[in-house]
Ligand binder design. Structure first.
Ligand SMILES: [Zn+2]
Length: 251
């Protein structure tokens, strides 16, 4: 017969005193989901997904798109009725650079300013944040960046007219002929992780993502956007924010 005996010493209970450090909440990195070119046939899906997931998103609106058809007028109404805490509406010009005639548009700074003012006034936008069509340009506090030199004068004029110009750090690219996304949500998340890691965003710890409403008319791409948002929400190091929360945008 085997007799089991315990020989282990009895722990001295009085000795063990845990020194708990005060909880330090690590500051989250901010991601700004921005969607350009609406309202159009993809806008409602984007709005529905954001509402379902209760995440903040920013739409950069083309003025004339809000009046282009009865359906788009109704979509615009839905955007304006969405809670301010979830949906922000910014200015992407009235005519989208005279219907994508970018070179001639940016050669005329006064006309550029007028086009953005027309968008602001006709839509009664509540903030002064704008995005230049077809150009990644920034005029936010100390961030001054213009991708193409020929546009510098026009973008400076926009800043002088009181606009805050927000470009983007990363684009969710799509195939322009088929309007299909080029990257899956996991690829995009990897790109985001990498940009933060390498410190390649315009403002440290802040990343502006550019997407386009029209892509999400498609059910499959819409699903991919939904997956992307769900995955972002599961990452404790990230937090989604509205454009007016970006550092330096408050006037
Ligand atoms: Zn655009």
């Amino acid at each position: 017969m085997i007799v089991l005996t315990t020989t282990a010493p009895i722990a001295d209970k009085a000795v063990e005193v845990k020194t708990e450090k005060p909880a330090v909440r690590k500051k989250k990195k901010k991601i700004y989901l921005t969607f350009d070119d609406g309202p159009n046939r993809g806008t409602r899906n984007v709005l529905n997904i954001a509402t379902q997931e209760q995440v903040p998103i920013t739409f950069f609106i083309i003025g004339e798109h809000a009046f282009a058809s009865k359906t788009q007028e109704l979509t615009w109404d839905s955007l304006t009725l969405a809670p301010d805490s979830l949906v922000e509406l910014c200015n992407h010009s009235y005519t989208h650079a005279w219907h994508n005639r970018f070179n001639s548009f940016y050669q005329s700074p006064d006309s550029v300013v007028k086009d953005f003012e027309r968008c602001r006034d006709s839509l009664q936008l509540k903030n002064n944040i704008i995005r230049t069509p077809g150009r990644n340009t920034w005029r936010i506090d100390t961030i001054q960046f213009t991708d193409l030199k020929k546009s510098i004068a026009a973008v400076d004029s926009l800043q002088n007219a009181g606009f805050v110009v927000m470009g983007w750090d990363l684009e969710w690219h799509y195939d322009h002929s088929g309007l299909a996304l080029k990257n899956r949500s996991d690829d995009l998340l990897n790109q985001i992780d990498s940009l933060f890691k390498k410190g390649k965003t315009k403002s440290a710890e802040h990343l502006v993502l550019l997407a386009h409403d029209q892509v999400y008319e498609d059910a499959e791409d819409s699903c991919e956007l939904h997956q992307f948002i769900k995955k972002i929400k599961l990452k404790p190091e990230y937090e989604l924010e509205l454009a007016t929360r970006y550092p330096g945008t408050r006037q």
